[in-house]
Design a protein around this ligand. Structure first.
Ligand code: HEM
Length: 440
């Protein structure tokens, strides 16, 4: 029998779950999820003073998997797919003329339209097609690793200066890759980065370089509106170019796409470019930094994988589970239903928490341990079901190629200080990773 009462979290727990700062303190966050998974695995999170709509928090792997896979009962509409405060939701509705989604994209569509859009680029992101871009990705990896080695070079023989792996490698490299597949030239990358930050208003003050924190709402509205217009203008130019001269990259595929005999409209086309640019960047940065953290903490593991590259896929997969860069997505119940023995009402909002699910001891032995030999490693970091990450093969390929390049050029690596995590409820991960290394 499903429970009717809604087991609500206490105010302190409810606050912790939605506070970006909680996600910067990893072990306490995992402690919280461990306790909630035991006490209230399907927990009702009530807002204080209505600052956000209430929602169900899922911390068990099994429940997260079920909700992810049942795309008929758990929709990506009408509530938002990313946790948002009520003010943000109202702002988006005013801005878009009714939709709570700032950008219309794959993650904000449900069946049947979702699959029609997804099919446009699905083939492009498959391993067979990606083989064709391996050479370009490797060139970017080599350039990035060279920059790391140059930055770390010091006067003393064999020794290097301490450097920040995030700044030099894990942040810029995935950005270069997505910009390359979108056909954005390198000199336009800072503009793209700034526009994405302005549109999504980062929660971490160090990462949000757009200076939007603490500005009055009407000024923020103008900045966001300006960013959307700027994006539109930029991608309109790119679209015209890719229609005149298709080049086989993902931007050409989007620019020349046709659904039910019609080209995409401007909002949908822009949303497609933006989702690829945004989804493929911070996520892979976070898992790449996570892999380096695990290796820097464990010199023996570093030496082992240097000698035996067949260990690399296991390291990449475990880094993706262990970091869980996308920390949640939300769903809305399409009908009265049940999750984990709890009654869920039609219209209820649910948070699939990937961090909690990927640290569920019912599925992962000793989940906080980085275990590159974990078999099987059926983590949920890429989600599951109809919306499962479109870029998962690309993310793995990028990481494998980067680490192949790194392992060729670096003999030893160690931590040179305490890494810092980003304050963010949505995409998280390291914002600094001080290392020192010995070049090969
Ligand atoms: C380690 C890196 C990455 C992680 C952890 C990650 C994670 C995710 C997750 C959790 C979802 C939602 C899944 C769901 O709702 O069930 C998603 C969707 C998506 N991801 Fe990724 N992602 C990564 C890299 C990438 C890359 C490199 C790209 C492309 C350049 C990409 C493009 C997308 C797109 C387009 C979607 C929407 C798919 C849909 O709604 O049909 N992601 N990703």
């Amino acid at each position: 029998m499903a429970t009717l009462a809604r087991p609500a979290l206490g105010p302190a727990d409810a606050r912790a779950v939605i506070d970006p700062a909680s996600y910067a303190a990893w072990d306490p966050l995992l402690d919280l999820f461990d306790r909630l998974r035991t006490e209230t695995p399907v927990a009702w999170v009530e807002p204080e003073n209505g600052i956000h709509p209430p929602f169900w928090l899922l911390t068990r792997y099994e429940d997260a998997m079920r909700v992810s896979k049942d795309n008929a009962t758990f929709l990506n509409n009408p509530q938002t797919v990313v946790f948002s405060l009520s003010d943000g939701i109202e702002f988006a509705k005013a801005f878009t003329g009714g939709s709570p989604h700032m950008v219309a994209s794959l993650v904000t569509f449900d069946a049947p339209i979702h699959m029609k859009y997804r099919k446009l680029t699905q083939e492009w992101f498959m391993p067979k097609n990606l083989r064709g871009i391996e050479g370009e990705v490797r060139a970017l990896a080599e350039k990035t690793v060279q920059r790391l080695i140059d930055a770390g070079r010091s006067e003393g023989a064999g020794e290097t200066k301490d450097v920040d792996f995030v700044k030099l490698v894990s942040a810029p490299y995935p950005l270069h890759v997505v910009m390359q597949i979108l056909g954005v030239p390198e000199e336009d990358e800072p503009r793209m980065l700034m526009l994405t930050q302005q549109m999504f208003g980062g929660q971490d003050e160090d990462l949000n370089q757009s200076g939007m924190k603490d500005l009055p709402p009407e000024v923020i509205t103008q900045i966001v509106a300006g960013a959307v217009k700027d994006f539109e203008a930029y991608f309109a130019g790119l679209t015209a170019q890719k229609r005149a001269n298709p080049t086989g990259d993902v931007a050409s595929t989007i620019a020349n796409a046709v659904i039910d005999g019609e080209p995409l409209n401007d909002r949908d086309m822009m949303g497609y470019y933006i989702i690829v640019a945004a989804a493929g960047h911070d996520t892979t940065s976070a898992s790449t930094a996570g892999a380096m953290l695990a290796l820097a903490r464990d010199p023996e593991q570093f030496a082992r994988v240097r000698a035996d590259r067949s260990l690399l896929p296991g390291i990449v997969e475990e880094a993706i589970r262990w970091t869980s860069p996308v920390q949640h997505f939300m769903r809305t119940a399409a009908e009265d239903t049940e999750v984990g023995g709890q009654r869920i009402a039609k219209g209820d909002w649910l948070m699939i928490n990937y961090v909690a699910a990927n640290h569920d001891p019912a599925v992962f032995d000793d989940p906080r341990r980085f275990d590159a030999a974990r078999q099987p490693n059926r983590h949920l970091a890429f989600g599951a079901g109809a919306h499962q990450c479109l870029g998962l093969h690309l993310a793995r390929l990028e990481m494998r190629i980067l680490f192949e390049t790194l392992l060729d050029r670096i003999e030893r690596v160690e931590l040179a200080g305490e890494p810092k995590r980003a304050k963010s409820t949505f995409v998280g991960g390291l914002k600094t990773l001080p290392i020192r290394f010995v070049a090969a």
